[in-house]
Design a protein around this ligand. Sequence first.
Ligand code: NAP
Length: 535
Amino acid sequence: MTEPAPSDDLLDALIIGTGVAGILQLHRLREQGRTVLAVDAAPGVGGTWNWNRYPGARVDSESYTYGYYFSEELLADWTWTEHFCSQPENEAYLNHVVDRFGLREHIRLRTAVTAATYDDGTDTWTVRFDDGTHRRARFVITAVGILSAPQYPAAPGREDFQGVSAHTARWPHEPVEVEGRRVGVIGTGSSGVQLITAIADRVGELTVFQRTPNWCPPLNNGPLTAADMTDLRGRYQEIWAACQALGSVYAAPAHPASDLSPAQRRTFFEDLLDSKRGLASLYANFVEVMVDPGLNREFAAVLADRIRARVDDPAVAERLVPRHHFGVKRPPLETGYYEVYNRDNVTLVDLLEEPIERITRTGVRTAAQDYDLDVLVYATGFDAVTGSFDRIDITGARGVSHRDVWKAGALTHVGVATPGFPNLLYVGGPQSLVGNIPRVVEHQVEFVSELVGRALDDGVRRVEVTQEAAQAWTDHVEEVVDTTLYRTGQSWMYGSNTPGKARAFGLYAGGLRAYVDRLNGIRADGYTGFVLSTS
Ligand code: NAP
């Protein structure tokens, strides 16, 4: 691995993270001929797709809506093998992109950023790494992800466990042996649902520790044949354009739900679940489902009936039926998940009835009993949205702490920058789209690349956003989400899964089109809300 410049040289930009966002950001700035270094704590590129290598991990947006669209050659030469590709395929794809566009020599892996400090005198950032070294850069661009700081249960005793344990988001590169073993999984979000389904028939005994059941619509995955890929390649521009509304290929029905009778709506819902894929249950559904509690319950009743029909033991089925509104927690997508609970080797432990008291040397102790385990998996999610920022000591102008500024929740102008932190820009960060991250990231990267390029070319030393602009966007984010049922939910999107965290909606629920219109408007008006200073 060679660095692009000796360590004393000032980089044009330092990018933190080499996931989907960081790779694209690096490519765009390299295209401009800038000196850029991208660093990542992981041993390989891919971000989420490097860390989350647990059995069953795969995308839940269609592969061909999740991949990059910036290069026709890349679109033409990459072959997806499934509608929803697995983690290894996605990791291979991202490595392919890095190599195809000559980015690897500008990447430093196994390098965690511990601190980033802005120097008011020179208008530069000094970024410190966990190996004791540092680099200076005019711009720092974070591409750290909103779901990348793993979170463990607060229950005591984690270090006491004598078996093998792993978090789904820090899954080891060497295989974790589960064959024939007693495996426990804490957590039934998207990661837990994927993992549980993938290992149930391989393990000796599987104990699932569930706190909140989730609504899990079917993924409806399937292989992509050579003919499918030919068809997709012919329609890539059409697919991309379709994704510009919500980030998904799907669109809501043009007519309101009230145009149909309850029986017709039932047929519509059943058809949606049977014939459409992935997150169609959110995006191809009536928009009122996320707004009107009655309609939400109508749709959820269809899902509940399906759970009851698929799970043999009625008591187990009832434990798997959620009580919250559909969609207010991100729905995991499933393939054979519910049938897992019909297996003799699988036990569902309801933590609402018997909470975890502690982790012990031999397994998990709940209020009711001890569960002995050889392997304990934490599928317990993330300190989401702001968590990976909080793990870095970021100090902005006049010594202000980033962690403090975001204490009550993220505060950004269009998800791109925060007041008090000149020349610090975010891609794939807070207060941007709920949904398919790559589709919003490509717009943010274009915005940031143009802004950084212009600043570097025009001798702009400081790019800052105003407090008023950031407060206005943050208020808008809350206003938009307050019109939806999301507001009724306890989820990582609100930070409610992290004990002690302030409740603030961390994403933007207004859809991709509205978000991109806002970005374009800001750019067209000469960067409204930004202050570009040359001295
Ligand atoms: P998550 O949705 O936050 O789920 C974490 C699970 O752990 C929940 O069931 C939670 O229960 C449980 N849990 C957390 N702390 C616990 C505790 N102290 N005791 C008992 N249970 C506890 O995390 P995730 O499954 O990793 O998914 C996070 C997000 O990542 C998803 O919503 C999705 O956006 C993304 N993701 C996507 C895919 C994909 O298919 N492409 C796969 C994985 C993840 P409670 O609900 O009661 O808190």
